[in-house]
Write a protein that binds this ligand. Sequence first.
Ligand SMILES: [Fe+2]
Length: 247
Amino acid sequence: MRILVLSDLHSNASALDAVLDAAKDRWDISVCLGDVVGYGPDPNEVTARLRKLATHTIRGNHDKAVTGLMPTDDFNPVAKSAVDWTRAQLKPEHLAWLSALPPGPLARDGVVLVHGAFQDEDEYVFTPAQALDGLLDSTAPVTFFGHTHHQGGFSYQDAQLEVLQIHPRPSESFAALRIELPRRYLLNPGSIGQPRDGDPRAAFAIADLEHQVIEFWRVPYDISVVQQRMRAAHLPEPLVQRLLLGR
Ligand SMILES: [Fe+2]
């Protein structure tokens, strides 16, 4: 069974469409690590598409902020402004769906899903020290996380923690990682709607645990049309510009 792993869609329907086109006929079930909305111009479209896919979705901090489940005191002014805009746009049925999303960790089809850190859904995992809890405590050998918008991850075996640099080259669509059990993995598929690892292409992953391979994908999409929609919606200019930079 092949699992399509989506994360940090951030209301970017053009990026999500490019991902679903590229992944067509390559997956059996789909999961989502949260941050369905926030930042981008298409909160209703992205939520509707995800609901239609029947994706197993956990909540992210933006989903919680938009639905009022967490305060935005810790958000920077730009992010807070996008949260307020998103809340005003969302149809009541989509707001209700987002507010009912479960928190991670969630075990599903042989993998574990978390938005941020294993012990705290709102914490970032950038460093090996931050990754250790998830590698040791997760109930499955392969755990997927999001939140940082950086594709890649960590693995652990025999008290050795390894940083996995997995980035498809600009000329390539994906890079494959071979899974070697009983080694443990904490993996980030990257962000669909707002990558921050220097590659502006939309990121996702496809996991095939039976064949012990996980593909980390990047797909281009028309960023300029998303930027046009963001400017038309008067979303903050720094959010518009960072899409092109992938930072
Ligand atoms: Fe995010």
